[in-house]
Design a protein around this ligand. Structure first.
Ligand code: DGL
Length: 268
């Protein structure tokens, strides 16, 4: 076992949403140490310009690399959509995974030909999902829809609320008209409303949750590179954020599915 295998995996997002990825990693890789970084002072990213997102993403990447991580996971679809090249450039030999690649792979694997993608305006405008899906299978048709209201609705905790249901019906109508067989939840905030979205799209449409797929990819990559932590001690989880807003604990724990341990606030 190399010393590197004991290093944590660095997972980052614009805010709390990436905790859904941490949750999937904790379940799939219970012995891996994790540092989570959420840029809660500057969230949301999904409505910001590409240049700003690239700049913020670079800062977060450098911070995590300085702390010593053996792998980086871009848990934010928006950052993965427009700034993954910047992360890879800085990371050097440290492997970088991201939710868009993972989600695109999972979508293509189970689709007979038509895939819907929902995400923030920046993710959808970037066309990153469609590009990655077409690299994997050029014959698949992709229909994307920005759903900007989902992020505040989920933060509000309206996971099964009539307003969220109406919003979902409105956003998903054009996608469903294209008879998609799969729908990629292309935003970290969407997994908590999975049951409601499934209800709106009906049982014949498969929902693709990239958090689970990226955790699987992380397991495979760590094994391939000989970097998996054999787990002689309990895993250590550290959470760093740039602001601790009101209700952060409640919202964070909803995404993580358990209590948040040590939480550190970083002043840039
Ligand atoms: N984390 C973002 C994403 O997955 C959603 C929240 C935001 O807009 O920053 O796209």
């Amino acid at each position: 076992m190399s010393e590197t295998s004991k290093l944590p995996i660095g997972v980052f997002d614009s805010g709390v949403g990436g905790l859904t990825v941490v949750r999937a990693l904790m379940e799939r890789l219970p012995f891996e140490n994790i540092i989570y970084f959420g840029d809660t002072a500057r969230v949301p990213y999904g409505v910001k310009s590409v240049a700003t997102i690239e700049h913020f993403t670079g800062q977060i990447t450098d911070h995590l690399l300085q702390r010593g991580v053996k792998m980086l996971i871009i848990a934010c679809n928006t950052m993965a959509a427009v700034a993954s090249h910047a992360v890879k450039q800085r990371a050097g030999d440290v492997p970088v995974l991201d939710v868009i690649d993972a989600g695109a792979r999972a979508a293509v694997q189970g689709s007979a030909g038509a895939i819907g993608v929902i995400g923030t305006p920046t993710t959808v405008n970037s066309n990153a999902y469609a590009r990655r899906i077409h690299e994997l299978n050029p014959a698949v048709r992709v229909y994307s829809q920005a759903c900007p209201l989902f992020v505040p609705l989920v933060e509000e905790g309206w996971l099964d609320h009539p307003v969220t249901r109406m919003t979902a019906q409105e956003y998903l109508r054009p996608v469903l008209a294209e008879q998609v067989d799969s729908l990629v939840l292309g935003c970290t905030h969407y997994p908590p409303i999975k049951p409601l979205v499934q209800d709106v799209v009906g049982p014949d449409v498969r929902l693709v949750d990239s958090a689970i797929t990226v955790a699987e990819q992380a397991a495979e990559t760590l094994n391939q590179l000989g970097l998996a932590n054999p787990g002689e001690t309990l895993a250590d989880y550290q959470f760093t954020v740039t602001d601790i807003p009101l209700r952060f604990q409640t919202i964070g724990e909803r995404f993580l599915g358990r209590s948040l341990g040590t939480l550190t606030k970083l002043d840039w």
